[in-house]
Every structure is written in structure tokens, then in C-alpha cells.
Design a binder for this molecule. Sequence first.
Ligand code: SF4
Length: 385
Amino acid sequence: MMNAGLYIHIPFCLKKCPYCDFYSITDVSLQPVFLNALSSEMRMTGGVELVFDTIYIGGGTPSILDVRTIGQILEIAIQSFEILSGAEITLEINPGTVTLEQLEGYRSTGVSRINIGVQSFDPHNLSFLGRIHSRSDADLAVKWAQKAGFENIGFDLIHGIPGQTKESWLFDLRRAVEYEPEHLSCYMLTFEPGTPLGRDRSMGRFKPLADDLVGEMFKTTLDYLSVHGYDQYEISNFARAYSTQAGNNCSEDNRSRHNMKHWSFAPYIGLGPSAHSFLEPQRYWNCTGVKKYIQELASGRLPLEGNEWLSLEQLMIEAVYLGLRQTRGIMIDAFDKKFGVSFELKFKEVISDLEKKGFIEYSPNRCTLTPKGMLLFDSIAAMFI
Ligand code: SF4
């Protein structure tokens, strides 16, 4: 079996950003009881017959937890689960919530990778996104993470923000690349229903950017990052190439090992409110509310809310969906072998249609999206269903 990933969701933020649909609350007074509940969940779930080579502490804003708390969480995780030495241990941090001393402390607890929610270096964009941090907070968080000695640093950036221009996006990319992070996630802003931004959009309170401009920004991202030594390996994810002794450029080790698990059917266990787990062919998930999560664990029950067993047909659709997200595409031989069907025959008409329109490239071994296709990922993936 493939090595597994452990995800730990810290459901607290200092303020809710209006575009965010991740589960988090701002009532940090629940933190101590939550941490007890999380420890119980780790102890109750531990013993699972999996070997883990990644831990990802995400949220929410995990960096509102102090060094001692992050250290305790990792200690209990290591006691409860079989974690390989050299595991990738990522901590998400947000600018405006960290200090240099804190980052040095996190490193001493065993965190090996830092993912920074920069989002933008432009004050207008940060204000539209309702972020608590300023441009200089973002700069400081990056400088401190480097000074603290982290050798694997990723930034999240957002484009497609109303009011943003191609030039301002290029400014963000340039500034990010100047810091030479190992990893960049460049997400397109989406207006999720149920979020304040989604509601404002449906009420016409702002004008979203034109699709053409968003498309140009995506193209700018691919061109700029490729020229500056970053390999795209998933629609929104780029890893910095490094020179091996043999002199080849290879970005393999700078990819997010943990996130790769989500795209490759590897097992993962999610802990904390709203966290999802996947053990093929089963997916299951925790309840969302922090209070309910705490109550369930206090009563000695795992806080599970639901589960589904994926049929072969559903797994197949998932394989198409996940394969198309990655630049290596759907590996046809592996697909045919796994599902006992011919990918080519099953999706003959869709493939031919998409190929003619220039949305996919098809070779006997792979089916990959072109950059033009990546922009229309959702509608293209839906054509395979
Ligand atoms: S800091 Fe991150 S998790 Fe928290 S509300 Fe903002 S986007 Fe969501």
C-alpha cells in the first residue's frame, strides 16, 4: 500500500475572509477544549494500519497556535500513528500571525515545510480579500520563515480579483519569485455560494473580472513561472526546479508530497472538524461544528458525520477528474489496468471532440489538458461523467 498522509484541521481564524469557504470560527476561547478533543481523536484513530510520510497542519489559521501547542500536537501524532522518519511536516501560516521567534520554535518541533498564505503583495487586493495582513506583514513572514531556516517554503497567491490588472498580477508573481520559494500555489478567486463574497456578487455589488482577462492572467502565470524555473505539476501548483548532481532539472522533490496524495488515490486520514479521510474505496468525514466535534469526543465517540463507498464507476470518474488536474495527465495504461476498461473506447467521442477543440492532448499513454483546457477544467471534467 502507498504511504499515507495525515491532515490536521485547526478550525480557528482571527477574522473570516469573505471569500473563504473552509470551516473555521473566530471564537478562539474554544481552543483549549478543542485541543483536548483533537488529542482524543488522534489517540482513538491511531493504531490504524497505515504508514504515514506526511503530516499537514492546515486550517483555519494554525499559526495562531503557539509553539508549545504545535509541538504537543506533533508529539501525540507521532505517538499515535506510524510516522516515517523524514516525513514531510507542513504547517500553514498566515502573515500577521507570526514572529521570527515563533517560526524558529515551529522548526524546532519538527515542522519541515511552511506554507504561507501570502495571497497578494498588493494592498488593494489584500483589502478586497478582507485579509488581516498588509504587504509588509507578507514580506516579513517570508523573510522570517527563511531566516528561521526553513528550506521548503510555499506561498499561496490569488488572481482574478476584481480590480486587479494583468500588471498587478505580474507584480505579485515577480515579487514572489524574487524570494525563490520552493513552491507556489496560484489559485483563481472563486465566488463560492454561501460566502459573503458569493452573496455580494449575486447582488451585483462588484463586477467580476472578464473571463478573457482571467484567462490572460492564467496564461501569464504559466509563462512567467516556467521562464523563472517553476514546473507546473497541477492546475494551480508549481514547484521550483532544482539542479541534481547529474545536472538535470527536477522539481519532483519540491512538489507538495502531501497534496499529491489527494490527486493519486493515496490513503489519507483527516482529523479535526470537517476533515475528510480516504481509504479506497471509502471516503468519510467529520462533523463540521467545533462544539459538536468536542461533544462527540468528550462522549468517547469519533466525530464522524458521514461516509460513502465509491463504486468502480465513481472511482473511474474520480480518476479522470484527478488525472486531468495534473500536468502528467491520465495515465492510460494504468487507468485501463485499474478499471478493466479501455479509456480510449469508453471516452472515444469526448476525447475526439475535446482534441479537435484544442482542450486536450491525447497520446497512446496519456491524456492531458492543454493550458486552454485547464481554464475550463470544471466543464471539461463534467463531459467525462
Ligand atoms: S485566514 Fe484562511 S482559512 Fe481563515 S478565513 Fe481567511 S482564507 Fe479562510
